[in-house]
Ligand binder design. Structure first.
Ligand code: SF4
Ligand code: SF4
Length: 77
């Protein structure tokens, strides 16, 4: 059976690495890291620790740059 769950999707082009979303997450599900190994990104950006996320959307509401969208994902039970 498939269950819908929403998780945050980050838009790095608008992110200013303020870490407000990290502090807003009650589940400790966001880390600030350097994404990828290509050197494309110079700054630290939020990265979701998927298994900890409860889909509460507090991170999306907290972002001052409006760069977090909640997206539906489907899990099978
Ligand atoms: S949706 Fe909630 S639990 Fe998931 S990363 Fe955002 S604040 Fe944390
Ligand atoms: S709150 Fe928004 S701008 Fe700040 S680090 Fe998180 S995603 Fe980036």
């Amino acid at each position: 059976m498939a269950n819908a769950k929403k998780i945050p999707s980050f838009h790095y082009e608008n992110c200013v690495s303020c870490s407000i979303c990290v502090q807003a997450c009650p589940a400790g599900a966001i880390d600030l890291t350097k994404p990828g190994k290509s050197g494309r990104y110079r700054n630290l950006f939020p990265e979701l620790v998927n298994e900890r996320c409860t889909g509460c959307a507090l991170c999306a509401k907290s972002c001052p740059m409006d760069c977090i969208n909640m997206q539906a994902v489907y899990e099978t039970e």
